[in-house]
Design a binder for this molecule. Structure first.
Ligand code: PMP
Length: 391
């Protein structure tokens, strides 16, 4: 039976990692895989995490099972950071831990499907796994264009998608630091989106995987909070894998907001049942470390400072690209205006290949770059290489 299977194409970014590792040029630049890097090109464990992990090793007295909801101390400690203390949403949001943001997105879509949704609207381009997850669940993806030609978010496209959605459709939105474009909605645009969602009755699923890496912890979720203040119900998929640097430990959560607190129990019990049938329960270690940080003022301060310095470094690189202005045919100004780790460059597959072969600059064939792969010492070389292959 298994010989019936046809091979699937390997993950292009993982193949790129291997090509990069095999390149022995000392000035090569990796703009491929989506992890944060320091000025030295490293992806270190946060000091706050190391401290929390030490405490965890000392204090943990059992590794007995938790339930499908995971570590509720973690889930609840994150809530004020994500949702603030807005009374409009108070008592109407509950969550559970998931294996990373990926698990949260999957669980959100599975819940929507169980509640009757067959179609999900989504801006493109998007994180490639969004479409894969929805297709795997058998949901229809209706796509609209995320970005307009001028490098800003295409408000008309998202509004017309929402207006065309029924109360049995879901709408996926990126909370901040859009992957792959780095183009976020402005607050005025979020207000218009919130009003349209409130009117349409479609279910918003807000994927928030980069809080704190764009404009600030509060700023990055302000748009999402405005949607939550306007709509009766929503799902929020959250990842700590970037803003706590936990990638392989798979730290995430899914939150549901209902019209009134008394409508919450059936939603949470369905989420628990779906989680049990998928992964039974999420991995504990990373979430426990995040909980320890968030329950300790000193560790929280240490974590915030580390996150601030990551964000500042990303902004510094974007400012340098903005200042460069143009590289060959590529206008870098929109990259300068973007938020978070990613940007899309208007380059062809051939130009991407030439960047790699001629200059040792590695990036996805789609034109996405990980801004964190650039530093103040290699950004000049990158701009020069880009000018060379597109000029
Ligand atoms: N959503 C988006 C938009 C992402 O970019 C990512 C990670 N690349 C995720 C979700 C999933 O994050 P995690 O690694 O926590 O599964």
């Amino acid at each position: 039976m298994l010989e019936q299977l046809s091979p699937q194409s390997p993950d292009a970014l993982l193949a790129l990692i291997k090509l990069y590792a095999d390149d022995d040029r000392s000035d090569k630049i990796d703009l491929g895989v989506g992890v944060y890097r320091t000025d030295d090109g490293d992806t270190p464990v946060f000091a706050a995490i190391k401290n929390a992990e030490r405490r965890l090793v000392e204090e943990q007295d059992s590794k007995s099972y938790l339930g499908p909801e995971g570590d509720m101390g973690f889930v609840n400690s994150l809530m004020p950071i994500i949702f603030g203390r807005d009374p409009a949403v108070g008592g109407r949001i509950e969550g559970m831990q998931t294996p990373g943001g990926t698990g949260a997105v999957r669980l959100a879509a599975a819940l929507a499907q169980k509640a009757g949704a067959t179609r999900i609207h989504m801006g493109v381009p998007s994180w490639p796994n969004h479409a894969q997850i929805f297709a795997d669940l058998g949901m229809e993806v209706a796509s609209f264009s995320h970005a307009a030609d001028d490098g800003t978010a295409d408000l008309d496209a998202v509004l017309s998608a929402i207006k065309g959605a029924t109360a049995l459709d879901a709408v996926l939105l990126h909370g901040c630091c859009h992957n792959p474009t780095g183009i976020d909605y402005t607050l005025e645009q979020w207000d218009a989106i919130a009003a349209a969602l409130a009117e349409s009755g479609a279910l918003p699923i807000i994927d928030t995987a980069y809080q704190g890496l764009g404009q600030g912890l509060e700023e990055d979720v302000e748009g999402m909070r405005r949607v939550l203040a306007a709509v009766p119900q929503a799902l929020i998929a959250y990842s700590c894998d970037k803003n706590f640097g936990m990638y392989r430990d798979r730290v995430g959560a899914l939150y549901a907001m209902m019209r009134t607190p008394d409508r919450m129990a059936p939603v949470m019990s369905n989420l628990a049942a779906l989680a049990r049938a998928s992964w039974s329960m999420p991995p504990d270690h990373g979430a426990a470390a995040v909980r320890i940080i968030l329950r300790d003022e000193v560790l929280t301060r240490e974590w915030r400072a580390e996150l601030d310095s990551m964000r500042e470094r990303l902004r510094q690189v974007r400012r340098a690209l903005d200042k460069a202005g143009k590289a060959g045919s590529v206008d870098l100004k929109p990259v300068g205006r973007g938020h978070g780790m990613f940007a899309m460059l208007p380059v062809s597959k051939e130009q991407v290949q030439a960047l790699r072969e001629k200059h040792g600059v590695y990036m996805a064939g789609s034109g996405r770059i990980n801004v964190a792969g650039l530093t103040m010492s290699n950004v000049g070389k990158f701009v020069g290489a880009l000018a060379d292959v597109t000029g």
